[in-house]
Design a protein around this ligand. Structure first.
Ligand code: HEM
Length: 431
């Protein structure tokens, strides 16, 4: 057992309590936790104005987020899951699994879920571990390095490459494209930040991004290769005819491939980075977890991974659209209104989690919403991501006795993904 100091607040600064949660620049400073806390307390479903949109309702409490995630009849995903207002032809062209409701969603999800079930992901553990060891050992050849690019980015990219049957060299390119998609509001990741330059010519591409054109070409090439030379990878499975329905169409395949590249890399990278940042800020947590790994205590690792997921909650929100006049959290909502489920706020809701700003290795009821919860859109990659976070920390903690931060962090400019894109570290002692 470890002492209660392991349960101290993981953050000293919750930020201002009047931040504009929709402004991408707000998130560069840090997660606006104090603002969310005030909203949960005083105005749990506020109306948020947008500079370049028609405004939306923000769902900040866990109980409302939980209810909404399940009710796809009242809160549809078909108008998009990002806040951007799209015209009907854009919605059609850019549609992925995420932008469908049951029953269409059910068919689509059944087709793509085979490679991502907990049972299948368990069979990946050895591969993930050997990649993690390779990545960490290479990083540890240097005393100082950027943890994000050298470690946190590498494992998800390489593992996805193994699953999709792409090479490590192509993987770097895919990550760059994926960054340009999910980081489409950050000038470090794209020359076409959607709110800063005119992106009209790309309006029919996923994320309104020219990078999607290149991913589509790449996806077409790979699909042709697999059709003529089937292998045992996930792409071959996606293209194979099924007993219970038609396989994905070409556009569905390309959109799904793009979704996986975008959803499977950055989220896991930023979650791993968030986890290390907590350990750097709280070295005794590092020691407690390390001792548990060395003595073979898997329960503590499971608890730590779930706390990393909850406190990081890196996909800050998903949008839904009301299909009828309704009410949520005491707020009247009109048909057609946009709403955003703020998972990151739900995951710090004091009504659901006691001492939500504590990184608590004894938390026993950690039903966080980092992957969504309770609904058909629950993250397809949740088990894969959990496995990657677990294994990378187990292998890191076995090899490193002391590590410290040696430079400023740089945060992503995005209200959609909460992420640290640079985290310079120094290895003080290896095991
Ligand atoms: C820690 C890492 C990750 C986080 C925090 C995360 C978070 C999320 C969230 C919040 C959703 C939406 C849930 C909802 O609307 O109810 C989601 C959906 C999804 N995620 Fe993840 N994700 C992660 C990793 C991954 C990985 C590794 C993959 C694939 C390789 C992936 C693929 C997907 C897909 C395809 C969906 C759409 C599912 C659907 O609409 O049915 N995610 N994820």
């Amino acid at each position: 057992m470890f002492d209660q100091t392991a349960a101290e607040p993981y953050l000293d600064d919750l930020g201002p309590d009047d931040a504009d949660i929709n402004d991408h620049d707000t998130w560069v400073q840090g997660v606006p936790h104090a603002t969310f806390a005030r909203l949960r307390r005083e105005n749990p479903v506020p109306w948020i104005s947008e500079k370049d949109g028609r405004g939306y309702w923000a769902i900040t409490r866990y109980s409302d987020a939980f209810l909404m995630s399940r009710d796809t009849e009242t809160f549809t995903s078909c108008q998009g899951i990002r806040l951007e207002d799209m015209k009907p032809d854009e919605i059609d062209a850019r549609k992925t699994l995420m932008e469908t409701d049951p029953p269409e969603h059910t068919r689509y999800r059944r087709l793509v879920s085979r490679g991502f079930t907990p049972r299948v992901v368990n069979t990946y553990e050895a591969a993930i571990r050997s990649l993690a060891v390779e990545v960490i050992d290479r990083a540890l050849q240097h005393r100082e390095f950027d943890f994000v690019t050298q470690v946190a980015q590498e494992l998800p990219m390489r593992m996805l490459g193994r699953m999709l049957g792409t090479s490590d060299e192509d993987g770097h390119q895919l990550v760059e494209w994926g960054d340009a998609l999910l980081g489409n509001t950050d000038p470090d990741f794209t020359d076409f930040p959607v709110d800063l330059v005119d992106t009209e010519e790309f309006r029919l591409m996923p994320f309104r991004s020219p990078a999607a054109i290149e991913i589509f070409d790449y996806a077409s090439k790979i699909a042709d290769e697999r059709r003529s030379h089937p292998t045992d990878d996930v792409i071959t499975q996606l293209l194979a005819p099924t007993k219970d329905g038609t396989p994905l169409t070409d556009l569905e395949f390309k959109n799904f491939f793009t979704l996986i590249i975008a959803a499977g890399n950055d989220t896991t990278r930023y979650t791993i980075t968030h986890g290390l940042k907590v350990l750097l800020d709280h070295p005794h947590l590092f020691d407690v977890w390390r001792a548990a790994v060395l003595s073979g205590n898997p329960d503590l690792t499971t608890a730590a991974v779930e706390e990393i997921l909850r406190t990081g909650s890196v996909t800050t929100h998903m949008r839904r659209t009301a299909t009828c006049d309704t009410e949520i959290g005491g707020q009247k909502i009109s048909k057609g209104d946009k709403l955003a489920i703020y998972f990151i706020s739900a995951d710090h809701d004091e009504a659901r989690f006691s001492n939500p700003y504590r990184f608590d290795l004894l938390r026993d009821d950690n039903e966080h919403m980092a992957f969504g919860r309770n609904g058909p859109h629950f993250c397809l990659g949740a088990w894969l991501a959990r496995m990657e976070v677990k294994v990378i920390f187990e292998e890191l903690l076995k090899r490193v006795v002391r590590i410290e931060q040696c430079g400023d962090v740089l945060r992503l400019r995005s209200n959609f993904l909460s992420g640290i894109k640079r985290l310079p570290v120094r290895i003080v002692r290896v095991a």
